[in-house]
Write a protein that binds this ligand. Structure first.
Ligand SMILES: C[S@@+](CC[C@H](N)C(=O)[O-])C[C@H]1O[C@@H](n2cnc3c(N)ncnc32)[C@H](O)[C@@H]1O
Length: 245
């Protein structure tokens, strides 16, 4: 495994819990943040304006991690491409796609771990999904899409402006883009001179020439590190429609 955090076992456990774990693994019932559970499901079900899309749209998820949003998209999309740079995450997503479940050690306390099983929810269509290892800044796609989802990727790429610049070309006119970010800039991912500050305003100025802003809202999530430590994040979500030119 490389030194990339997203290739490590703790990262895999965090994201399997975030995407597939029951709500009580994501957050204890004593915590009052249950609205932050099931982030990848909420992105897909509540984030897009499905009624304004073609009946069986195509979708691309950039930075899909272990794939839960792709599986949710597969319920209504005829074709879904899920792209991520992490081979570890994509290997887990493909195992879920093929076997329907995966067993993975999750941290308990200190160096104690426990194996947990993660399963696909009922009603998803795994065969519609094409999981690809690749770089969101440079990967080529054969066709444009009706929907693009990029959740919490912007502040993890080396060049956020380049990512935003390529988004219009990935969508059909009228297609929808759902972008979310906590704007949690770190120099280990993005050199200081490339941070977009303040993120919300810089994203607007780069996207507004190509897109109409449909909605802006808070989309909380919880990442479980161990049973007594959780990262509660409050990404800003924006939904955009590509202009017809
Ligand atoms: C903060 S996680 C978000 C994962 C997922 N979208 C979610 O919200 O649960 C960032 C993800 O982006 C991936 N990633 C980072 N840089 C990338 C790049 N240049 N191209 C593709 N994926 C990338 C990481 O491997 C990781 O899965």
């Amino acid at each position: 495994m490389s030194s990339d955090f997203y290739e490590t076992s703790p990262a895999l456990a965090q994201y399997l819990i975030l995407h597939y774990g029951p709500a009580e693994w994501q957050l204890p019932s004593s915590a009052s943040h249950s609205e932050a559970a099931d982030f990848p499901v909420r992105c897909v079900q509540e984030g897009f304006r499905w009624q304004e899309l073609p009946p069986h749209p195509t979708a691309l998820e950039l930075g899909c991690a272990v794939g839960r949003s792709c599986f949710e998209l597969s319920r209504r999309c005829r074709r879904v491409v899920g792209l991520d740079r992490s081979e570890t995450f994509l290997q887990a997503a493909r195992l879920l796609q093929e076997a329907g479940s995966i067993r993975c050690p999750v941290p308990l306390e200190g160096d104690q771990i426990e194996d947990r099983d993660f399963s696909l929810p009922v009603g998803v269509c795994p065969k519609r999904i094409d999981f690809r290892v690749g770089d969101a800044l440079s990967a080529a796609f054969e066709k444009r899409f009706d929907m693009v989802l990029a959740a919490n990727l912007l502040d993890r790429v080396s060049d956020p402006t380049a990512l935003l610049d390529r988004l219009p070309a990935l969508l059909h006119p009228g297609g929808q883009l759902l972008l979310s970010s906590p704007f949690s800039w770190l120099s280990e991912h993005t050199s200081r001179d490339r941070w977009l500050l303040p993120g919300s305003q810089r994203v607007d100025s780069l996207l507004l020439p190509h897109f109409t802003l449909l909605r802006r809202w808070d989309l909380p999530l919880v990442l479980r590190e161990h049973p007594r430590k959780f990262q509660w994040c409050l990404p800003e979500a924006t939904l955009w429609r590509k202009k017809p030119f």
